[in-house]
Design a protein around this ligand. Structure first.
Ligand SMILES: [Zn+2]
Length: 239
């Protein structure tokens, strides 16, 4: 049986396709083939069986994809970008604001190397934080007022004390002649979220907002780790 199949395969290989070398001008019936607008592709909604998939995979082995080693021209890239701009190809499954990234909190999804590369890329690209998509125009005067208040200073030092002046992400702390800048970070509920959900309009609202000053919502982070949380890279959030 195997030999027969092999034989067939060989004879098929040497066979010349019926339409080879024929043009549409000479043979108008050629233009009747191919996809037409409104036609439903014959495979639509169907799936190949595992067996035929294996077969296809086997027969395509060793083939080199047509784009391999080639690059789109600048012009083609731009054309492609414009063609896809603002289009939503899978509205049901696309990533929407507020969704949790699939890899959040999963360890080992990315190798250390990749994580470092991603982090470096973000650091470099968003050196000027105004380049970052979530840049909302900087700290508001009210936010500044809150951060300058005695209450905020107290809250910060309480957080640092609670965490023993140690970054809760990378474990770094001042000592041995090395000074580490620490930040108190609103961890579970971000600063801006508390701001919004409590409808804080002035400094009195903020001072009276218990949620703001909840020590359980504060976390000590070194400057580097804190910057990463701003970029959404850090996945420290614990619920
Ligand atoms: Zn750190």
């Amino acid at each position: 049986m195997l030999i027969l199949e092999e034989k067939l395969h060989k004879t098929n290989k040497n066979r010349i396709a019926w339409n080879k070398g024929k043009t549409k001008e000479e043979f108008p019936q050629l233009s009747n083939s191919g996809a037409k607008k409104g036609n439903i592709p014959w495979m639509a909604g169907k799936h190949h069986s595992q067996k035929s998939r294996d077969k296809m995979s086997e027969s395509h082995k060793g083939q080199i994809t047509w784009m391999k080693g080639k690059h789109h021209t600048e012009k083609a890239n731009e054309k492609n970008r414009l063609a896809h701009l603002g289009k939503h190809f899978s509205p049901q499954t696309e990533f929407k604001k507020g969704m949790i990234p699939w890899h959040r909190g999963r360890k080992g999804v990315y190798s250390e190397q990749i994580l470092e590369a991603m982090s470096n890329f973000c650091k470099e690209r968003f050196k000027d934080k105004r380049n970052h998509p979530s840049w909302k125009g900087g700290i508001t005067p009210l936010e500044k007022e809150i951060r300058n208040s005695n209450r905020y200073n107290q809250w910060r030092s309480d957080i640092f004390k609670k965490d023993n002046y140690t970054c809760q992400d990378c474990g770094i702390r001042s000592g041995n002649g090395k000074a580490v800048i620490l930040n108190a970070h609103h961890n579970i509920k971000p600063f801006a979220f508390i701001f919004q959900s409590n409808d804080i309009k002035n400094i009195e609202d903020a001072l009276n907002c218990d949620e703001f000053w909840d020590l359980n919502n504060g976390l000590t982070l070194c400057e580097d780790c804190h910057n990463l949380t701003k970029l959404g890279v850090n996945t420290l959030e614990k619920n």
